[in-house]
Ligand binder design. Structure first.
Ligand SMILES: Cc1cc2nc3c(=O)[nH]c(=O)nc-3n(C[C@H](O)[C@H](O)[C@H](O)COP(=O)(O)OP(=O)(O)OC[C@H]3O[C@@H](n4cnc5c(N)ncnc54)[C@H](O)[C@@H]3O)c2cc1C
Ligand code: SF4
Ligand code: SF4
Length: 416
């Protein structure tokens, strides 16, 4: 019998590879460093190109016409997937076709197989919380940094005995025939880009943080409010290309941030009546079918200025005074907004450099580079594949297509 396939990263791409392989009878170990599967898509509210709720993508296992939550449907009833969350890759050794991987799993304070999500522990201690109603495994999580007096009471009173506050990390080694890198991307924290005051002024946020505010399951239950004081946002300014296309940070274009910025602008204009939205840009790159988001934004009254923000000053009333340079008119303007939203660069996940080195792969700006640029982009090396955000900024449909290509490559190799 063949060794299992190791899939690193359980975002949309990694989940798709794992489910496709498992459905074809291939044993798959699916590893994620977070406590829930889903990756970035778990926090994005509505998705372009269909504007569907991100929680409810039609999974590849659903029958036509029946919507099934992607995160719930495929994993629970698939015995060929060995899911390990809260798990990091410590070391990769061995040969292509027979890799030896050392894994480290963080303390499993809550046994997800026993937790019924009754919520009793969350009422007793702030250290227990529910990441999202759609989290998978379906379980609350425990944050040891927030441990308080109620934590041990919660352990005693958990009706299913799911809590073990003395749990410790564990290490295991496994052999895998193939490795799939589906580690996605992370949004750059733009603290170091001085002119915007991110990290200093709480009403300067990123697009990912805006997505959380817009999410009905988020901290403000979907109300568009200022983080500083909860006041309603009446004027909002977005800035494009923060840390992207900039030799000081990332020289590449992050490709999808124009589209998701306009998606957010349109949601706000459609669903949050009365909020003015402006966008400051260098170029608007709404590639192929996504041009409609730009058209809709203009029709919905979103204002566009080609230029840059040169200064941000917070005022006592919680608003921000902003100085803008309009490069078409060659003039400076002043404006005042409640919220400044930065479209910050999408960069490779932490730890990618080490993984790329250990596997002897090529890198492009820190992302995994295809082994043969003129062939399929998903083959990264001998028995090593990559898909989704691990190759570079990618939307969900693209990530899913690449993930399916990976699964079919592995299946083809196994049938030889
Ligand atoms: C603000 C914003 C809005 C967006 N809106 C849309 C949209 O509307 N429509 C759309 O199609 N796309 C959208 N996207 C893009 C979408 O998020 C990506 O296409 C999708 O998340 C890519 O999935 P992925 O699985 O490749 O990566 P990710 O979602 O990044 O998942 C990667 C997973 O790998 C795990 N991981 C990383 N490194 C390791 C490691 N070393 N070991 C173990 N686990 C690891 C992470 O914890 C994560 O769970 C948006 C992106 C942003 C930032
Ligand atoms: S009390 Fe136990 S079963 Fe209930 S949510 Fe907490 S850990 Fe889960
Ligand atoms: S997609 Fe748009 S905002 Fe993002 S880096 Fe490219 S041009 Fe800039």
């Amino acid at each position: 019998m063949s060794d299992p396939v190791l899939v690193i990263g359980a975002g949309v791409a990694g989940l798709t590879v794992a489910v496709e392989l498992a459905d074809s009878g291939v044993e798959t170990v699916l590893v994620d460093r977070e406590t829930s599967v889903g990756g970035n898509a778990l926090n994005l509210y509505k998705a372009f190109p269909t504007d569907d709720c991100f929680y409810c993508f039609e999974s590849n296992r659903s029958r036509p016409g029946i919507r099934k939550c992607f995160y719930r449907s495929a994993l629970l009833d698939q015995p060929n997937i060995d899911l390990r969350v809260d798990t990091e890759i410590e070391e990769i050794k061995g040969e292509p076709g027979s890799f030896e991987i050392r894994l480290k799993q963080g303390p499993q304070y809550v046994d997800s197989k026993k937790c019924t999500m009754c919520g009793a522990c969350t009422k007793l201690s702030d250290a227990f919380s529910l990441l999202s109603p759609q989290c998978q495994p379906q379980s609350v999580i425990f944050n040891p940094e927030k441990e308080d007096e109620g934590s041990s009471k919660a352990e005693e009173e958990c009706p299913t005995g799911a809590i073990d506050l003395n749990a410790e990390s564990s290490e295991t080694t496994l052999t895998a025939s193939d490795i799939v890198i589906a580690t996605g991307y992370q949004e750059m924290k733009p603290n170091q880009v001085d002119e915007y005051g991110y990290g200093q002024y709480s009403n300067v946020i990123t697009q990912l943080e805006l997505a959380k505010i817009l999410d009905p399951n988020g901290p403000s239950h979907g109300a568009l409010v200022r983080p500083s004081d909860g006041a309603q946002v009446r004027r909002l300014l977005m800035v494009q290309c923060v840390g992207s296309r900039d030799e000081n940070y990332h020289p590449f274009c992050s490709k999808i941030c124009c589209v998701f910025a306009l998606k957010h602008a349109n949601i706000i204009r459609r669903e949050r009546n009365g909020t003015d939205v402006s966008v400051v840009y260098m170029d608007i790159r709404t590639y192929d079918r996504h041009e409609r988001y730009y058209r809709e934004a203009r029709e919905a009254g979103v204002e566009f200025t080609r230029g840059r923000v040169s200064e941000v000053n917070p005022l006592e009333d919680g608003t921000l005074d902003i100085t803008l340079y309009d490069s078409l008119l060659d003039k400076y303007f002043k404006t005042n907004v409640d919220l400044l939203v930065l479209s910050s660069a999408l960069e490779p996940s932490t730890g990618m450099t080490k993984m790329i080195e250990e596997l002897g792969l090529e890198s492009a700006s820190g992302y995994v580079s295809p082994a043969n640029l003129l062939d399929t982009e998903v083959v990264a090396g001998d028995h090593v594949y990559a898909c989704g955000g691990a190759i570079g900024p990618a939307e969900v449909p693209e990530s899913v297509t690449q993930a399916r290509a990976v699964a079919s490559k592995i299946l083809q190799e196994r049938m030889r």
